[in-house]
Structure formats: C-alpha cells, structure tokens
Design a protein around this ligand. Structure first.
Ligand code: THU
Length: 133
C-alpha cells in the first residue's frame, strides 16, 4: 500500500494529538514508512527532568524496530507551526542509522510541507567512525 504525503500528514496530526508535552506544550507527530509498507507512529513524550524527553521521530523509530521493521523509506513529521519544524540532531542521527538517505517530509498542520533527503539534513553521519581500520 502506497500512502500519499497528505494521508501520512493526517495520521501524524492524529498522533501529535496524543503527545505528552505539558512542559513545552509543543506537540509533534511522526509517521515512519517501512519499505514493507507498514507505518509506525510516534509522538513526543516529555519528562519533568526535561532531559529524558523523547522526540516523536525517535519514538516512531523505536516502535518500528520493536515491531521487526528496520528498513525505512520515508518519514513525515508534523507540528503546529508556520514554518514546518525540523528534526533535532539526535533524531537525525538515529534515523541515519537505518537509512542515511531517508525521505524526510516536514509539514505543518495545514499541510504546508517541504521534502528533504536525510543526507541533506545530516551529511556524512558515519564518516571516520565506522570506517576505522
Ligand atoms: N520535539 C520533537 O518531538 N521533534 C522535533 O522534531 C522537535 C522537538 C519535541 C521535543 C520536546 O518535547 C518539544 O518538542 C519541544 O522541543
């Protein structure tokens, strides 16, 4: 099953509505699409320590891996902003672990979107680390 970006944005807005974000009140939703066609949703879950907060994107990745999916083709990330919100560095690195060239669709709640390759957002994620002698 192939999903349109708009269908995935709708799903991501739904999951953003379940974000636990009492501290920032910034609700983020992410839907990750596996190469096998399955989708995995995540929302941000904050913590009173602040530092233990997990972003929507990483929660989507962890749900996918737990369900046995490690190959991804696209992620759609939504937030209620004017300019589509961009994933943090930690999430970029975690996504790059599985597909450094992932398609990344950023959208606001009105469906205004921009599409990138993860390699544009995080170039050379493993250079000098995994190619050690
Ligand atoms: N957040 C995400 O979940 N994803 C992003 O791409 C940006 C930031 C969350 C973390 C925190 O709960 C709140 O948004 C404010 O930074």
């Amino acid at each position: 099953m192939q999903y349109t970006d708009q269908q995935l944005v709708t799903q991501a807005i739904e999951v953003a509505g379940r974000a636990y974000a009492p501290y920032s009140r910034f609700h983020v939703g992410a839907v990750l699409v596996g190469k096998d066609g399955r989708t995995f949703a995540g929302c941000n879950v904050e913590n009173i320590s602040y530092g233990l907060t997990i972003c929507a994107e990483r929660n989507a990745v962890f749900a996918a891996v737990a369900a046995g999916c490690r190959e991804f083709e696209r992620i759609v990330i939504v937030a209620d902003t004017e300019v589509p919100a961009s994933p943090c560095g930690a999430c970029r690195q975690v996504l790059a672990e599985f597909n450094p060239d992932l398609e990344v669709v950023l959208s606001n709640f009105r469906g205004l979107s921009e599409t990138f390759r993860l390699s544009e957002l995080l170039p050379r994620p493993t250079a000098g680390i995994l190619d050690r002698p």
